[in-house]
Structures are given as structure tokens and as C-alpha cells.
Design a protein around this ligand. Structure first.
Ligand SMILES: Cc1cc2nc3c(=O)[nH]c(=O)nc-3n(C[C@H](O)[C@H](O)[C@H](O)COP(=O)(O)OP(=O)(O)OC[C@H]3O[C@@H](n4cnc5c(N)ncnc54)[C@H](O)[C@@H]3O)c2cc1C
Length: 497
């Protein structure tokens, strides 16, 4: 909730305080007393808090924030609902500035869900058709989350188990479902994957993205819950932050391990004013796909990715400088290819903005271009990482075991003789190479490859979106025009002449 007057901007300290709310988070078999202090999460929490402090700095306020109509306070531009191309680009610049603070490594920073919810709010008519009370719940939650500039996370995917069976036929208590309802709300039980950033978020959107069939109404719901909701159990994956040696050794994983967690709903009661979709299998799809929600949330992901790939290209360049290979023609060629790939991803982003469409009052990025970018980048990311590995060779491994080696005079002397470089001091060379390993080779780096390959859905899902949104009439029309410009009869007549 808002602290210190109703018109001030959210601060990092306020965000940290908001997480001391008695949420139930487990890691390594233990219940976490306070995520803001626990070694598994505290630096990621600080990185999230820094987002709010950054935007509140006087020099950044205009770039990063806006004042919604009818509101008395400025909030992140992620909550802005662009009415035209200029506003879309203005909003994007704010999102890129936030992404730059983690070099693009925080995939589900608060602007991700703000983008998803902006899209749902733009498409409120879809919810109105589903029911006036459900639409009001969406509007009220949007207003509440936006006014307080909250960090919202989401779980919209069911845990993998038996893909041969429908979601409704999975073992009891696996897929989150409505197990009860009364005049005050619904009760849900079961699990959802995979709440990235949930441990440091304020609210959780729970929905179902995967196709459902009639008869699966128990799992056809969406709602929002505070992260300290009674019965919500958060089961964290391994913390890379906790295993980071130091900022010098692991500059990314020590600070930007945004965490992923399984959410288990142990008979969680959701009041009706937080229920957005109720027992409607098609509405589970429509809330994302008949509104601009899916486009906006994944457009945000592409914005962030431009920053991450730019960073990785910069890292590749520094690695080659560290080992003295930059000017070898084949290495220059490889760096040029990485630069071209960054250029391509930036161009796709500009393209989806420039070819955006007016949907009623709102301006929405080009849907097919966004899906095209998604298909291309989920395949590009592992190749990009592979190229950086290829450029680096054994340098990523021939490194001091930790910063502590520099503290031993004998070892330090050897490091300074063996970590030589034509362009940088040994200490700097080690710094560059450790940052590179953290980004692409560490367990944290490896999780990022999995993330970029899957956050938007497996390949058959993303290519399906691309297939459905492509203008096949235009494509086949060109073919048909060609085919209709000649005939077999014409060819035979020509032969008989
Ligand atoms: C790091 C990370 C963070 C994530 N964060 C979030 C989050 O914050 N919120 C959230 O809701 N979700 C999150 N997810 C989940 C993510 O959305 C899913 O992983 C993604 O949608 C793919 O679904 P799945 O994992 O069930 O894979 P599946 O759909 O099971 O696919 C796995 C593989 O199985 C095969 N396969 C399965 N079904 C088919 C089929 N019908 N046809 C062909 N091949 C098939 C394919 O080879 C596919 O690549 C995250 C995932 C990762 C890895």
C-alpha cells in the first residue's frame, strides 16, 4: 500500500518494506523469514528496489514516469496506455532504461506485467462480454496496481506431467483448479509454474494460457492475489545469488538473479473482486489474445532483449580485446555477425512500432512482427551465446578461483604474469572474462538460455502464433497471380506454333 502521502512516487525503500509481509517462501527445505534479508534473494530485491529509486531521481522522472489521467502521482511508463506511435516510443525508451540497469538480465521486471495488464485494460470490452462484475474486477485491480506502481508477477502455465492427457485429467492437486466457491469468492488448490520474480513481487496474476477444452471449467479461471495470501506456498528454485562468490566473481548472478518459483495454492481463497475469469475455457485464451495483452507483454520482452543482446555483443568485443583477437579477420567477421544480429533485433522492434495499429483509442505494436521476432529470437539466443563462447576459447575457464586469489601475494604475482593482455591490465582482463562466464556459462547464464528459449512458450507454440497472424492471403495471392499469368494450354499452344 501507499506510504508517506498519496502523491509521492514509489521508492526502493518502500518496495523493500512492502515485501516484509509474511509471505510463505521455501528454499533449501526451510521457510524464509524475510526475503529482503535472506542470502538467496536479498540482492535481487535490492536490484528491484533500485528500479524504483532510479525512476524517482529528478533527472529521470520525465523519461521514466507519467501521471495517469485522474491520478495525483507519477508511476512507471510501463503502465502507460499509448494512444499513438509517439507515446509508444516514449514508453519504450523508459522500459529500455530500466532494462539497462540489469543489462537486460531481469526478464520479469515490473514493466512486464504492467504491459500485460495494460493490454487487458485496453481490451476491457472482452471482459465486459464475460461479465460486468469480472470486468470491474479487472479495472479495479489495474487502477490499484497502477496507482501504487506495484510489482506484479504471473503464473499462467501448468506444471508438466502427462502431456498425453488433457489438463483437466491430470493427477489431483497438480494443476491449480477451483475446488470450492461461495458468496465471497473461489477457493483454488494445485500448482502453477513458474513465477519468475514472484518472491520479490507484490501481487501475483494467476491465469491459464494453455488451450483448454469444454469440461475443464474448474481450471478455467484467472485472478490476482497478494503474495502473502493465506495458503499460497512459494517453492523457490536453487538460488544462484546464494552461490555467487562475490560481485567481482559473479557480477550478474550476485545481483540480478530474479528467481523462479513453483506456486502451490493450498486452498487459497480469492474474493470475487479479484476474480477476472470464472469457469470459461475460451475466456482464458481471449483475455490474452482477443485483447492486446499478449502483444504488449511480449513486446516488453523484445524491448528488454534488445538491451541484453547489445550487452552480450559488447561483452564479446571486450573478450576478444582481452585475448587480443579482435583484428583477426575471421574474428572481426564473427563480431560483425553479432552486431548484425543485434541490428536485426532492434530493427524488428522498430518495425513492430512503426507498423503498429490503432485499436480503438489505443496504439498497439504490430502483432505478426512481434510473433516473428519471438520465433527468431528464441532460436537466435542460444546461437548468440554459442558465438561468444566460440570467440573466447579457454580464457573463460583459465581464471583465478575467486577474487581472494588476488589477496595472496604469491598467487597475485603469478596472476599478474599469466593474465596478460595487449589492451588491458590483468585485473581488468579477469574482470571481463568472469563477467562473460557469469553471463553465458555459469548456472545463471545457462538458466538465461533456457529462459530465452521458453519464456514465451515452446517453439511449437510461438511458431503457431506466427502461422496464425501472418498475412497468408497476401503471400499466396502473389503465388496465385504468378500461376494465373500462364497455363498449360498456353504452353501447348506455344509448342504447336
Ligand atoms: C526460466 C523460465 C522462467 C519462466 N517464467 C515464467 C513465469 O514467470 N510465468 C509463467 O507463467 N511461466 C513461466 N515460465 C514457463 C514457460 O512459460 C513455459 O516453460 C513455456 O510456456 C513452455 O511450456 P512448458 O515448460 O510446459 O514446455 P512444454 O510445452 O512441455 O514443451 C517442452 C518441449 O516438449 C515438446 N512438446 C510438448 N508438447 C508438444 C506439442 N504439443 N507439440 C510438439 N512438441 C511438444 C517440445 O519439444 C517442447 O519444446 C518460465 C520458464 C522458464 C524456463
Amino acid at each position: 500500500m501507499q506510504e508517506g502521502g498519496d502523491d509521492h512516487m514509489r521508492t526502493g525503500a518502500e518496495h523493500i518494506r512492502s515485501l516484509k509481509d509474511g509471505r510463505t517462501v521455501y528454499i533449501d527445505g526451510e521457510l524464509v523469514a524475510d526475503v529482503t534479508e535472506h542470502p538467496a534473494f536479498r540482492n535481487a530485491v535490492l536490484a528491484a528496489a533500485e528500479l524504483y529509486d532510479f525512476q524517482a531521481q529528478p533527472d529521470n522522472v520525465e523519461l521514466m514516469t507519467f501521471q495517469p489521467d485522474g491520478s495525483n502521482r507519477r508511476v512507471n511508463r510501463g503502465w502507460q496506455m499509448p494512444r499513438n506511435y509517439e507515446e509508444l516510443v516514449q514508453r519504450r525508451k523508459a522500459l529500455q532504461a530500466w532494462a539497462a540497469l540489469s543489462c537486460g538480465f531481469c526478464g520479469r521486471s515490473p514493466d512486464h506485467l504492467a504491459s500485460s495488464l495494460v493490454g487487458q485494460r485496453m481490451g476491457i470490452e472482452v471482459f465486459r462480454k464475460h461479465g460486468a462484475a469480472r470486468a470491474k474486477a479487472v479495472e479495479d485491480f489495474f487502477d490499484y496496481a497502477r496507482h501504487n506502481d506495484l510489482y506484479v508477477s504471473y503464473v499462467i502455465i501448468n506444471p508438466q506431467a502427462e502431456r498425453g492427457k488433457d489438463w483437466g485429467q491430470q493427477a489431483e492437486d497438480l494443476v491449480a483448479r477451483i475446488v470450492d466457491e461461495d458468496s465471497t469468492g473461489i477457493t483454488i488448490r494445485g500448482a502453477k509454474m513458474l513465477g519468475t520474480g514472484a518472491v520479490m513481487a507484490n501481487e501475483l496474476l494467476v491465469a491459464n494460457m494453455q488451450p483448454l477444452k469444454p469440461g475443464e471449467e474448474d481450471i478455467a479461471f484467472s485472478c490476482a492475489l497478494p503474495m502473502n495470501a493465506k495458503g499460497l506456498r512459494v517453492l523457490s528454485r536453487k538460488s544462484y545469488e546464494a552461490h555467487a562468490v562475490s560481485v567481482f566473481d559473479n557480477p550478474l548472478s550476485s545481483r540480478f538473479d530474479e528467481n523462479d518459483a513453483l506456486m502451490y495454492f493450498d486452498d487459497v481463497k480469492v474474493p470475487w473482486d479479484r476474480v477476472f475469469v470464472h469457469r470459461d475455457t475460451d475466456m482464458c485464451r481471449a483475455q490474452f489474445h482477443d485483447t492486446p495483452s499478449h502483444v504488449y507483454q511480449n513486446y516488453q520482452a523484445q524491448i528488454r532483449l534488445t538491451v541484453k543482446l547489445t550487452f552480450l555483443a559488447g561483452l564479446a568485443r571486450r573478450v576478444t580485446e582481452a585475448i587480443g583477437t579482435t583484428r583477426i579477420p575471421s574474428v572481426t567477421e564473427q563480431l560483425g555477425t553479432l552486431a548484425a544480429q543485434v541490428g536485426m533485433v532492434n530493427s524488428m522492434l522498430s518495425g513492430m512500432e512503426a507498423s503498429g495499429v490503432q485499436v480503438g483509442e489505443w496504439f498497439v505494436p504490430n502483432k505478426h512482427y512481434m510473433y516473428a521476432a519471438q520465433v527468431i529470437t528464441q532460436e537466435l539466443y542460444p546461437r548468440f551465446v554459442q558465438s561468444v563462447r566460440d570467440l573466447a576459447g579457454g580464457a573463460l575457464i583459465m581464471l583465478p578461483s575467486s577474487a581472494a586469489d588476488f589477496g595472496n601475494a604469491e598467487v597475485d604475482a603469478i596472476i599478474r604474469k599469466t593474465q596478460r593482455s595487449a589492451t588491458m591490465a590483468p585485473e581488468q582482463k579477469v574482470k571481463v572474462l568472469k563477467a562473460a562466464w557469469d553471463a553465458i556459462g555459469s548456472e545463471f547464464g545457462s538458466r538465461h538460455t533456457q529462459y530465452e528459449m521458453f519464456y514465451a512458450g515452446a517453439r511449437f507454440v510461438t511458431t503457431g502464433h506466427s502461422f496464425r497472424t501472418f498475412n497468408w492471403d497476401a503471400a499466396t495471392g502473389l503465388v496465385d497471380t504468378l500461376l494465373s499469368s500462364y497455363s498449360l494450354k498456353g504452353a501447348l499452344d506455344e509448342l504447336r506454333k
